[in-house]
Design a protein. Structure first.
Length: 266
């Protein structure tokens, strides 16, 4: 059995804990690390789930793989102990990876591995395949309900309020690297896309606050020497408006692949 730990018990973390407790072939729920243990214990009791609540530095001894579902600012605290131990971390805060290339070097040095699941996007297989040849450009346009962008550091720093937005408003245009720093909780999708393709400096994005949409909408255009393609997806928000419901399901699919006798997709 591969031992799986969950770091963070928000909307995504709770979904994963439930699914692992119900059972995924070859996987076991080994531990949970969360800030508020008392609150976590109460939730586990209500759900009828038994699982050890541990600190982040205890995770390497407890688990073979940790799924990071926590605030991006503690990514180092989750990743470093696991990677030094030669273990795996599944990272959802892909935006936080871009300014931390040393984590990839740490994984390489100790035989660990960082896994970035598909998350809220489609077409990573096609982008990864195209990257084996030459990709000329990757462009992304994201449209979200204004409430899904409210509180982003870039908006706060520039005095841009999401209250009273009555028509589509482009709030950002630039590289994936700059977008990840400006909207760390909102555009993990473009950070992951850039890692699959031509990197964060050549991947571009427009971010729109659009009161006409109720879903998180992403459109991607890729021009490569092997193919040109456009992908669109409309993600239903979870209880956390910054996160689509499909994100947790993507992690479950990625976990299932770890021990599956059949893997579909690269």
């Amino acid at each position: 059995m591969k031992r799986i730990a969950i770091a963070g018990l928000g909307e995504i973390g709770r979904t994963l804990v439930r699914k692992l407790a119900q059972g995924l072939p070859g996987l076991s729920l080994a531990a949970i690390a969360t800030r508020d243990r008392e609150k976590a214990k109460a939730w586990l009791d209500r759900e009828g789930i038994t699982c050890a609540l541990v600190s982040l530095d205890e995770l390497p001894a407890r688990a073979d793989l940790v799924v990071e579902c926590a605030p991006a600012d503690i990514l180092d605290q989750i990743c470093r102990p696991m990677l030094r131990a030669g273990k795996q971390v599944m990272v959802l805060s892909a935006s936080a990876l871009l300014p931390r290339p040393d984590l990839i070097e740490l994984a390489k040095a100790h035989g660990g591995q960082i896994i970035v699941p598909t998350g809220a996007l489609i077409g990573f297989d096609a982008v990864s395949a195209a990257a084996e040849g030459t990709i000329h450009s990757v462009q992304m346009v994201t449209r979200k309900p204004p409430g899904g962008l409210a509180g982003a550091p870039y908006l706060v720093a520039n005095g841009i309020s999401m209250e009273g937005v009555k028509s589509a408003l482009c709030v950002f245009k630039g590289s994936a690297r700059d977008a990840a720093a400006a909207f760390p909780a909102n555009v993990n999708v473009v950070a992951a896309l850039s890692l699959a393709g031509i990197g964060p400096d050549r991947t571009t994005i427009e971010i729109w606050a659009d009161p006409a949409v109720t879903r998180n909408c992403h459109q991607i255009r890729v021009d490569a020497d092997s193919a040109s393609f456009t992908m669109s997806i409309e993600n239903v928000p979870s209880e956390n408006p910054k996160t689509g419901r499909i994100t947790a399901l993507s992690v479950i699919a990625a976990l299932r692949k770890l021990t599956s006798p059949l893997q579909v997709g690269t």
